[in-house]
Write a protein that binds this ligand. Sequence first.
Ligand SMILES: Cc1ncc(COP(=O)(O)O)c(C=O)c1O
Length: 362
Amino acid sequence: MAEDNIEKMIRSHLVRVDTYDAMDAPETLAGESGIALENIIKLNGNENPYGGSPLAVKAVSEVPLHIYPDPHQASMRKSLSQYTGMGEENIVVGAGADELIDLIFRLFISPGDIILDCEPTFGMYSFCAGLAGAEVHYVQRDSEFQISPASIKSAITDSTKLIFITSPNNPTGNVALEQDIVEILKTGLIVVVDEAYFEFAKTSVQDLVNTHENLIVLRTMSKWAGLAGLRVGYGIMSPTIARYMMEIKPPYNVNVAAEAALIASLQDSNYLLGNVEKIIDERERMFHLLSEVKGITPWPSDGNYLLCEFGEKEAVRVFKELASKGIFVRNFKSERLENFFRIAVGKPEETDLLIDALEQIM
Ligand SMILES: Cc1ncc(COP(=O)(O)O)c(C=O)c1O
C-alpha cells in the first residue's frame, strides 16, 4: 500500500506531529562524534552520575521475570506513602513521570481543548498535547523565568483544561513560589506541578493536594534515585483523580524490574539522598567555575543541571565544539533559548574536563 494511503488512515492531527526532541543513546553519540563510548561525557539528560542504589541493582537481578506486575501497585504505593507521607490512595505510579503526563491528557483532554504551558519549560507537555489533539497556549515566564499568576489567569478561556507548572523548572532551574501555585489553583482548573527534581530542591507543594482536589504533583525516580533507564515515576493527587487514573492506565504499566527497584531504592533512600547532596555540592562548584569562564553566564539552579547563557550565536558554536570533543549538553529549539544550553551536573572529574574544554573553546 502506498504511503499516502497509510497517511489517509492516520488520525489527521498525527500525520505531521511535532515530535519530542529526545536525546540520542550514548552509542549513537559515540558513533556520530567518532569518540570511544568510554570517553563520552554525557551531560545532556539530567541523569544521575552515581547510578542507582546497589540494593536496587540486587533487587532487579532477583525479580521473577515471568509473572506480570501487580496492576494495583499495592507494594509501590505503600512504599511511596511511607516515603512521601501521603496516603496510598493519593498515589499512582507510572512508567516514568512521562507516562503520567500522557495519562493526564487521556483523562482530561478532548481534541480542541487548550493547555497552558509556561515557556520556556519541559517539552513533554506540549508533545502530549499534540498527540491528544489539544492546543497549547504558551504563557511566557518573566525575565527571571518566574511564572506570573496574572498572565496565566488572563490566558484562560472556556476551553482551557490543564495548566502545567514545573518546579524546579527544566531547564531554567528555578522553583515556583507556593503562593503563586495557590493563586493558580483558585482557577479551579487542573494544575499539574511537575516536581521531577524535588529531592534537589527540597521544596514541594504536595501538602496542598489535601486541600486542593485540582492539584496533581508529579515526581520521578529517574533523577535522585538514578533509575532513568527503568522508567518509573509517580503522581500525588486527590483520591478521586487517583482512582480514575488507576482505571484508565495500562494494567501492567510499571514492569516488575522497575517495581522492585523503586521499593529497594526507597529502602535505601539515605544512600541515594547522600548522592543527591554530592550532586548539589558539585552543582555549586560547577556554577562557580562556569561563572569564571569568559562569555558564559550560568543561571542559579535548584535542580541537577545549570542553564548557561552565551553571547549572540555563541551557544550553537560552543555546543558543536563540545560535541566534537565528546562532551554532550542539551540545546533547545525555542527562540527564547537560542543563546542558552543546559548542562547536567556530573561527577567532579567530568566538571573539570568540561571546564577545560570550555576554556579552550571560549
Ligand atoms: C520536568 C521533568 N518532568 C518529567 C521528566 C520525565 O521524567 P521520567 O524520566 O520519570 O519520565 C523530566 C525528565 O527530564 C523532567 O525534566
